[in-house]
Design a protein around this ligand. Structure first.
Ligand code: ACM
Length: 735
């Protein structure tokens, strides 16, 4: 007995010794061992590196000599050494009391070793000292990217550079610039000066105002013009700056759609039958291909990237059907339809790009009508495009909208700057797995990595762009770099808490961790119990909660571990020492319709089935987003019949709806319900009308209720009248 106790306490001590000394490196390295002792940086610490890596040593020296705490004289050295046995981007870092050695086989690996030291430097609690560690590290995926849309809003070179500085610290190695789109052409092309003279500036500052006011362009130099572009010198400067930080810059030149601005400057490239504004090139016109090839020739001279992105997304193919030149192209080439016409255009561009030794990269629409031989695919409409392309042996970068679109809200929309819609909190990014489980083992090699995309229709300043990117890109860095088995959300939160100092040192405007408490329920239908767990973006917050509907105070229950509820209660929880601590609240209710059969007279939307037919009576409440799997969506009225499976007494029917008008989600006009004993003859029991204005633009929730005198019923017909767009409902409560 005694022996076991001793063994356990030794294990615990061992565990504690390890637990006390960890280092907050993000992304989590393949292996990290923390040793005793510290390395000390002095003003005269030596930095030694092979010639090609001297800029890395200099960068590290600049950072580590910046502290006022750094002592003048000591005897420590930092040595970069080449080891050809290591893979590209791989590095080994040995931090000892008097020396740091970084081994790598290439520039990127040497830089990543240095960036790991940079992280230790900024996150250490002992100025000018970092813990002695041994790190062995290499990336899981070769492609780790961020896309910035500089067309919908233009950002200066200085911002791009500062972004590169921080992306590199997190070992992101591709910056994709969406350089062209209807909202403005952003790169100087010598052969086509009208692109920047006439289509790089617009009439209104924000995309939204511009969109509402006719989407006009203004000439360069017009006093009212808003926008800008990168000169060819700017582009070279960005590319060189990024290369020094081991970041490849991928230019995207959109075709055949999203090109309204080109056609405004060069209307001869549009279809002949089009009179209205259109964003698509005429594929029947050879000038289109001459234009694209000329533009890409200059682009490839500026950007050494092996990937050249040609867009390919969301082309409206309708006017190609009416255009005589497009129809001639279809006939001359024996094409079946406009999908194949688009594919013809992409294949022709792919041939051109491949002839220059580069790879064409495009959004997953380039699969339509047949994929060009050497094309590589960015899968954005979910993962299916990526899976299909990988199965055809084409390289793929995963960037599905649900987990990689940083234009979505990251916290409760009610307190956030207006975004395009959707909800992508930090944890959801962190939990993304780019390798689709369904993909056959031999095809997995084609998944090259993942990328986050920041579309900027609603992001009019550089501070706002940084806010949308950070810290979500830091979560993605661990998705694309680290071993999935080494990922751990709680540990990531702890590390991230230390990294805020680094972001502050680099003047990054990042989204602060939310003070909200997420109340997570897990329902057992057999025993009618709910296990309650609280989540937060704060690291180790103190959470107080109540189960009687009152506001939590510091005398309320203090949360320590999950607990079980077996009756109707309202749970409220809050982090009280934080500013803005609005309690989160959830009603747990094993009501009379709980887990009973539901028949849909009108089906739910295929796009938003939530948890299927049981959703409306499963006891789970929806959260802040209609994409959470608990909000069921309808583009029609809702009409369902619930079978209570016995005659019961009914006195209340209640249902919760949400409104977020950006993506077209509105409260219903009203709800009503009917009762029946036989499921055939129903009696109307009354209605509850909507009181929320459809103009109310922030995220709102409303419980609709119809209360009656106790009435015997076996069947409940629930009806909810659509107002507009979508209606989303999470639960129908019957009492
Ligand atoms: C895209 O979001 N249209 C690629």
């Amino acid at each position: 007995m005694k022996k076991i106790v001793v063994a356990i306490s030794l294990v615990m001590m061992g565990y504690l010794a390890v637990a006390q000394r960890t280092v907050p490196i993000i992304p989590e390295p393949q292996s990290v061992k923390v040793n005793t002792g510290n390395f000390t940086f002095y003003k005269n610490t030596q930095y030694l590196a092979p010639t090609a890596w001297k800029p890395i040593a200099k960068y590290l020296q600049q950072i580590t000599s910046s502290s006022i705490h750094t002592l003048q004289k000591g005897n420590t050295r930092i040595v970069f050494k080449e080891n050809k046995k290591l893979a590209p981007s791989e590095y080994t870092l040995e931090v000892k009391a008097n020396s740091i050695t970084i081994f790598a086989s290439d520039y990127a690996g040497a830089l990543y070793g240095a960036q790991t030291i940079v992280q230790l430097w900024y996150t250490t609690t002992t100025p000018s000292h970092i813990a002695c560690v041994t790190v062995k590290d290499k990336p899981r995926f070769e492609y780790r990217g961020l896309m910035l849309d500089v067309s919908r809003n233009f950002y200066p070179v200085s911002f791009i550079k500062s972004l590169i500085d921080v992306l590199s610290i997190y070992k992101i190695n591709n910056l994709h610039l969406h350089l062209t789109d209807g909202a403005g052409w952003r790169i100087e092309i010598k052969k086509y000066p009208l692109l920047t003279d006439q289509a790089a500036f617009r009439t209104h500052k924000t995309w939204k105002e511009w969109w509402k006011n006719g989407m006009g362009y203004l000439k360069k130099g017009d006093p009212l013009a808003y926008g800008g572009y990168y000169t060819q010198n700017d582009a070279k400067e960005i590319v060189a700056y990024a290369a020094a930080k081991a970041i490849n810059v991928i230019p995207e030149i959109e075709m055949p759609g999203h090109s309204d601005e080109v056609l405004a400057a060069y209307p001869n490239l549009a279809c002949d039958s089009v009179t209205n504004r259109s964003g698509e090139f005429c594929i029947g016109n050879d000038s289109t291909f001459i234009f694209m090839q000329d533009v890409l020739t200059e682009i490839m001279q500026l950007f050494p990237s092996k990937y050249i992105h040609i867009g390919g997304d969301e082309a409206a193919k309708g006017h190609w059907k009416k255009c005589t030149k497009c129809q001639k192209r279809i006939n001359d080439n024996g094409l079946k339809d406009v999908d194949e016409l688009q594919s013809y255009a992409i294949k022709r561009m792919e041939k051109f790009i491949a002839s220059k030794g580069r790879y064409l990269l495009g959004w997953d629409e380039i699969l339509e009508g047949g994929l060009a031989p050497g094309a590589r695919v960015m899968s954005w409409r979910g993962e299916q495009g990526g899976i299909d392309a990988a199965r055809q042996n084409h390289d793929v970068i995963m960037t599905p909208g649900g987990t990689c679109y940083f234009d979505k809200y990251q916290q409760n929309p009610a307190g956030e700057p207006e975004a395009i819609g959707g909800f992508l909190p930090l944890q959801k990014v962190y939990e993304y797995e780019p390798m689709p489980a369904v993909l056959e083992k031999e095809k997995q090699q084609y998944i090259k990595g993942a990328q986050a995309n920041l579309w900027t229709e609603y992001v009019p300043t550089q501070e706002h762009a940084a806010y949308m990117i950070f810290p979500r890109i830091i979560a993605l860095s661990e998705v694309v770099w680290s071993n999935p088995a080494a990922k751990n959300w709680a540990q990531f939160q702890e590390k991230l808490a230390a990294h805020y100092q680094l972001l502050q040192a680099f003047n990054v405007n990042y989204c602060r961790p939310s003070n909200r408490v997420d109340i997570v329920t897990s329902i057992d239908t057999t025993f009618q119990t709910a296990t309650i767990r609280f989540n937060s973006e704060q690291y180790q917050p103190t959470i107080y909660y109540t189960t009687n509907g009152t506001e939590p105070t510091t005398s309320s229950n203090k949360y320590s571990m999950p607990f079980v509820i077996d009756k109707k209660v309202t749970i409220k929880a809050a982090i009280l020492n934080a500013k803005k601590s609005v309690p989160d609240s959830v009603l747990i209710n094993f009501h009379k319709a709980f887990n009973k059969p539901v028949t849909y007279i009108i089906p739910f939307s295929k796009a938003y089935p939530a948890a299927g037919p049981k959703t409306l009576v499963n006891g789970y409440r929806g959260t802040l987003t209609y994409q959470d799997g608990q909000w069921q969506g309808f583009t029609s009225n809702i009409e369902v019949v619930i079978d209570l499976q016995k005659v019961d007494t009914v006195s209340l029917v209640q249902a919760n709806f949400m409104q977020i008008i950006g993506p077209g989600v509105y409260m219903p006009k009203y709800i009503e319900f009917e009762t029946s004993m036989d499921g055939v003859n129903f009696t109307n029991q009354g209605r509850d009308n909507n009181t929320v204005s459809p103009k109310e633009s922030s995220l709102l929730f409303k419980d609709f209720k119809v209360q009656i005198k106790p009435t015997a019923a076996r069947y409940i017909k629930f009806i909810s009248k659509l107002q507009s767009g979508f209606q989303f409902i999470d639960e129908i409560i019957v009492e």
